[in-house]
Design a protein. Structure first.
Length: 194
């Protein structure tokens, strides 16, 4: 029997050893993903000065919850690589290999790779087309895109022209590409996030 030896002490008796069964490797869970996102994005704020995890990552993860634990994990972690790659503290940087070492499921790591913008990469022809090609990445990007469209409505109150440029030049064209890929996927498609 594999196990762990634990010292147990009682108030009137000498310590004795007891063998507990080994639990084996503990899988990465949805709460682990949320805790990792909280830690990785600690101190980060959005354009309105709100906590980034609460204002952006949590709503996307919650929107993806009905699609299963891998979708929720990917939603919570979808900006972890992009937002930490240049962190001054190496302990706060996360790349795909580090996420694998932490036990993040491979399907989630692959989705994160699909939705992570590379330095200098074009938004539509690079990031959006790559995301559209990965079933879970596409789902994450659809949820992110929906939130970005809502955020552009907020921006319109302060800067209508900037909001229009983002909506018409990035978010709506991206949404059309993502929705077309979702509709065309006979295996994973037709999970429309309206």
């Amino acid at each position: 029997m594999l196990g762990i030896t634990v010292e147990i002490a009682g108030p009137r008796r000498a310590a004795r050893a007891q063998l507990l069964p080994s639990l084996g490797p503990v899988p990465f869970t949805v709460p682990d993903a949320h805790l990792l996102a909280l830690e990785a994005h600690e101190g980060q704020v959005d354009e309105q000065g709100r906590d980034y995890y609460v204002a952006h990552l949590l709503p996307i993860a919650e929107a993806l919850r009905p699609y299963g634990p891998h979708a929720e994990m990917a939603g919570a972690l979808h900006h972890i690589v992009e937002d930490t790659r240049d962190h001054p503290d190496p302990a706060r940087r996360y790349d795909l290999d580090r996420l694998r070492a932490l036990g993040v499921p491979e399907i989630v790591v692959e989705a994160l790779d699909a939705v992570t913008r590379r330095p200098g990469e074009p938004y539509i022809s690079g990031l959006i087309h790559r995301s559209a090609a990965h079933p879970l990445g596409r789902l994450v990007m659809l949820a992110d895109n929906k939130q970005n469209l809502a955020a552009s409505d907020e921006l319109a109150k302060r800067d209508p022209e900037a909001a229009r440029r983002l909506r018409e030049g990035r978010y709506r064209p991206a949404r059309r590409i993502l929705l077309a890929a979702e509709a065309a996927d006979p295996v994973h498609g037709r999970r429309i996030l309206v």
